[in-house]
Design a binder for this molecule. Structure first.
Ligand SMILES: Nc1nc2c(ncn2[C@@H]2O[C@H](COP(=O)(O)OP(=O)(O)OP(=O)(O)O)[C@@H](O)[C@H]2O)c(=O)[nH]1
Length: 480
């Protein structure tokens, strides 16, 4: 379009204002309103007309096209074949009795389900295994889109590529217990490995090195006795020679395994004397109740019947916690109100376990009372009372030890062993502790069986204790 001086672009684009060559544009003088237009442009635009109450001028609408005759389009119809006529049943028109269009039922109307004695037993039936019997889903049939012609490279466009959708995370494979033990003990082993590497890099095995090595082992909670034995073993035939860190770790693992091997035993159940009674003792917070739950899970999964006794009548939460474990494992829980006599409760629980034909009775106990003497008196009394029912009961007195407490655990075994005749240990919280070495010191000193180790709070986080796995996890050597 030709340039049109004196007009705003909007006006210039308006067909009403276009002129031909033959009809030249008027000059400013010829257009007296031009000034006014320019003035108006500078002013604020007045949209008040939009709100004007005046009605729009009515132009009579032309609907005459509706009266025009439209020629019918001829369509081909097909008469039913005589065979089809014969086969098709006669369909009567619907009557009111056909109930086409269902009346909504008012709440409360209709049949009374209770009166009919409806059978809901199917609700309790086990669901069939989903995987095997599920029908293959039928994929919807979607017509394939016609292939799109590629845009020419010089067309000035580029098709935006859809960002790649990351594949959903594959379910994490269940980490083996050994792996979890290694992860759990990695703080303990990293500390030890780091010190060993730093000590033995380009250094001959002399008195000072051996002394430093012994100190490292003691700091790792392995105990003086074990530390001295490992140091002696290391110096045999190697004194005055260079030794690699890997070789030191291998010897360390071997010696730890030697110490732990005699105590890594399974918990033996004598079901000739049903119920086998396990009394669980230990300082509060060391994981007694949690360990009882995990043990009950293992036993019930193994097909044994278990009764639990909430003998920690000092702490309400412990009773509740045990009840939850009872529900989870399908074990009956014998409990009483807070402050009840724990020995009396253990006695009743024993009778209940006999009545309900339990294979195993596990008794929880308090870890803390008003004072230590009171706690010890209570534990002694539980033993006494139980032995009235069955001379060998409790058959197992299991002490839980918290791996994070380090050297303290040694003293705890000493005390509980004397008072309640501990004859087996479970070390809990080996996940994430830097003090896992304490188990070696306890094994060396007390020589009590270590039945299980705990590496977490979950139901499956308790595993039989294996000397080789533990030794290689602490020493940081590969498992072979
Ligand atoms: N990380 C970890 N936590 C654990 C483990 N075992 C127990 N716990 C946690 O330690 C805490 C104390 O455990 P409890 O089972 O209540 O200990 P308790 O000895 O019965 O305590 P009291 O009833 O106070 O005597 C809880 O939070 C447990 O979940 C374990 O192996 N690893």
């Amino acid at each position: 379009m030709r340039e049109q001086p004196g007009l705003t672009p909007a006006e210039a684009g308006s067909p009403a204002l276009e002129r031909t060559e033959a009809e030249p544009w008027p000059t400013a003088e010829e257009r007296p309103d031009q000034e006014a237009i320019e003035e108006d442009d500078e002013k604020e635009v007045d949209f008040s007309f939009l709100e004007s109450p005046e009605p729009l001028p009515e132009t009579p609408a032309d609907f005459s096209f509706l009266d025009e005759r439209v020629e019918p389009v001829e369509t081909a119809t097909r008469e039913p074949s005589p065979e089809a006529e014969e086969a098709a049943p006669d369909v009567e028109p619907a009557t009111e009795d056909d109930h086409i269009g269902v009346e909504p039922t008012e709440p409360g109307e209709g049949e009374d389900l209770d009166d009919r004695g409806a059978d809901f037993s199917w609700l309790e039936e086990d669901l069939p295994p989903e995987e095997d019997e599920r029908a293959e889903p039928v994929a919807p049939v979607v017509p394939a889109a016609p292939p799109r012609a590629p845009l020419p490279g010089d067309a000035g466009f580029r098709l935006r590529e859809k960002p790649a959708i990351p594949a959903p995370d594959a379910p994490l494979p269940r980490v083996s217990f050994v792996e979890r033990l290694r992860q759990g003990l990695s703080r303990s082993s990293n500390q030890l490995s780091g010190s060993i590497t730093a000590l033995f890099t380009k250094r001959k095995l002399d008195e000072d090195t051996l002394q430093d090595f012994e100190d490292i082992l003691i700091q790792a909670d392995l105990g003086v006795e074990t530390a001295m034995r490992i140091t002696d073993r290391l110096s045999e035939g190697r004194f005055g020679k260079e030794i690699a860190g890997a070789e030191v770790r291998r010897i360390l693992a071997e010696e730890i395994e030697k110490t732990l091997d005699p105590v890594a035993q399974p918990l033996e159940l004598d079901l000739e004397k049903k119920p086998h009674v396990i009394l669980v003792v230990g300082v509060n917070g060391t994981g007694k109740t949690t360990t009882i739950g995990k043990l009950a899970a293992k036993l019930t999964r193994g097909g044994l019947k278990v009764t639990l006794c909430a003998g920690d009548t000092f702490r309400a939460a412990a009773v509740e916690q045990l009840k939850i474990w009872g529900e989870r494992t399908g074990s009956e829980v014998v409990a009483k109100q807070i402050g009840a006599d724990a020995a009396g409760l253990a006695f009743e629980a024993y009778d209940r376990a006999v009545e309900n034909d339990s294979d195993v009775l596990i008794i929880d106990t308090a870890g803390r009372l008003q004072n230590k003497a009171e706690l010890m008196a209570e534990l002694e009394k539980i033993n006494r009372v139980l032995s009235k029912r069955e001379p060998d009961a409790p058959h197992t007195v299991l002490q839980t030890l918290d791996a994070t407490t380090g050297q303290n655990a040694l003293n705890q075994v000493e005390i509980f062993r004397n008072v309640s005749g501990v004859n087996g240990l479970v070390m809990t919280k080996l996940d994430g502790t830097a003090r896992g070495g304490i188990l070696v010191a306890i094994a060396a000193k007390h020589r009590l069986p270590v039945y299980f180790v705990g590496v977490g709070e979950g139901i499956d986080d308790l595993e039989p204790f294996k000397a080789k796995d533990f030794a290689s996890a602490i020493a940081g050597t590969p498992l072979n």
